[in-house]
Design a protein around this ligand. Structure first.
Ligand code: NAI
Length: 468
């Protein structure tokens, strides 16, 4: 197979950056150049602070940058010299036109494809890293074939990324599996083998799966749909737990011991967020609808619907416990990122909570250890509430955020929230002092002893009995 010595990655985001930094780290013999159209993003990758927060990323970039890892906006040159090109551009949900709110917007994929074909004077292997609808490789190939210079050939591979934000570096260094889809021709197999060889530098061969293109593209959507489905299933059960007195953590543990089910990814909470689950499931639903499979579409749509239900259910719980009014009450929002160990706020459930509470005229103080205040303001402004962000205070000190609050609402499972001085916080709050734990990380017994009124998703109040 082709021996790859130069790799280019288009898109220096949450996927392109960490993925290709790890490739550079593990393959010192390969020159890796990451390009982006965003001048600011490239500047930050080069000069710091890194544009994304991910544990372990700084060390990896620090080891390779300037050695065999480069960040540049000179897209043309990087494409021209590369033998293999990852396409890691964003594929957000379309906001208007056909399939608005459901289908993936492929304009960035197409633009990247056209940039590639324009700049290519030699054969290239194009690797879809972005999550795309099934059969996108065909569109890419058609654009390439119709615009390429004479004697320039392309192969298209699908190599979806399964990393999870917050643990991206660990996931990339020891992936559960690497999936590489390719065409079933000699040249296709050759291209597949060239990419297998890159990953083989650190991934055991048995964990590298090769399939046809469409299986690979669909597997990414399927994996995200099934992961999100687990969360929606456990969240649906959490509502049942609250109504019956069962405890969702106990139920999830008991269920997860079944080896067919397994213990991971069964944590109830305020709802899933992140840039991928929501958009990829809707993308899958749209695909099913366009292929005239309404029952299948309906099945997967429920996963998203249940997630919306879970978020608003949590807010309803907050409001009803606060005596059915939060007007002018001060509520501290603990955590704004969509999960711990990331600064990413895309589709964060915290924003839904903020939105609903602002609609009820609450005063919010928000604290997150990583998300920048600019990012929070941008997200909250996008809600277009009549009062804008005037009912919001952003805090850099968690104790300050909790001061004089009527309630604390845990929206992100940051470890530091488990070990706060809750006695001190309780003393600084208005009484009765409430805690709503949307991530099931706090110890209700300890908090109730301090004096808090504690509400946790999937758990009802303890059984009361005269016999202690
Ligand atoms: P992102 O928005 O962080 O990064 C995409 C980057 O591509 C941006 O910096 C943008 O400026 C750049 N870009 C867009 N068009 C370009 C062009 N023509 N030339 C050069 N640069 C261009 O997005 P993220 O999160 O990295 O996601 C990328 C893809 O990976 C998406 O399809 C996503 O669904 C998928 N994915 C994301 C995961 C995640 O955890 N964020 C995990 C697995 C897959």
């Amino acid at each position: 197979p082709t021996h790859i010595t130069k790799v280019c990655c288009i898109g220096a985001g949450y996927v392109g950056g960490p993925t290709c930094a790890v490739i550079a780290d593990r393959c010192p013999h390969i020159k890796v150049t990451i390009v982006d159209i965003s001048v600011e993003r490239i500047r930050l990758w080069n000069e710091g602070p890194l544009p994304i927060y991910e544990p372990g990323l700084e060390e990896v970039v620090g080891r390779c940058r300037g050695r065999n890892l480069f960040f540049t906006t000179d897209v043309t040159r990087a494409i021209e010299e590369a033998e293999l090109i990852f396409v890691s551009v964003n594929t957000p949900t379309k906001t208007s036109g056909l399939g608005a709110g459901m289908a993936a917007d492929l304009k960035y994929i197409e633009a990247a494809t056209r940039m590639i074909v324009d700049a290519s004077t030699s054969n290239k292997i194009i690797v879809e890293k972005s999550t795309v609808p099934c059969r996108t490789a065909q569109s890419i190939l058609t654009i390439l074939e119709n615009n390429c210079r004479p004697n320039v050939c392309f192969q298209v591979l699908s190599n979806p990324e399964f990393l999870a934000e917050g643990t991206a570096i660990a996931d990339l260094q020891a992936p559960d599996r690497i999936l590489i889809g390719g065409m079933n021709s000699p040249a296709g197999k050759d291209a597949q083998e060239a990419l297998v060889k890159i990953y083989s530098n650190w991934v055991p061969r048995k964990r590298i799966i090769t399939t046809n293109l469409w299986s690979s593209e669909l597997s990414k959507l399927a994996a995200n749909a099934m992961l999100a489905q687990r969360i929606s299933s456990v969240n649906a059960l959490s509502a049942l737990c609250e109504a019956t007195g069962a405890d969702i953590d106990e139920v999830a543990t008991a269920v997860g011991w079944d080896t067919r089910i397994g213990p991971n990814f069964l944590k109830a909470g305020v709802g899933f967020g992140g840039s991928c689950f929501h958009k990829d499931i809707l993308n899958l639903v749209y695909l099913c609808e366009s292929l005239n499979l309404p029952e299948v579409a309906h099945y997967w749509k429920q996963v998203v619907d249940l997630n919306e239900y879970q978020k608003t259910r949590f807010v309803r719980k907050i409001i009803s416990n606060l005596f059915h009014t939060v007007s002018n009450k001060r509520i501290a929002i603990l955590g704004f990122a969509f999960k711990k160990n990331t600064g990413d706020t895309r589709e964060t459930p915290a924003l839904t909570v903020v939105d609903c509470l602002l609609a009820e005229d609450a005063q919010l103080s928000i604290y997150d250890p990583v998300v920048s205040h600019e990012q929070m303001l941008e997200d909250i402004s996008s809600l277009r509430r009549p009062n804008g962000t005037s009912n919001i205070t952003l805090n850099t000190d968690v104790y300050e955020a909790c001061k004089e609050a009527d309630a604390l609402v845990v929206c992100t499972e940051w470890d530091q929230f488990k070990t706060l001085d809750y006695k001190r916080i309780y003393q600084s709050m208005r009484k009765p002092a409430f805690i709503f734990d949307g991530r099931l990380i706090l110890d209700p017994i300890e908090l109730r002893q301090i004096g808090f009124s504690v509400e946790i998703i999937g758990k009802s109040q303890p059984i009361t009995s005269a016999w202690k």
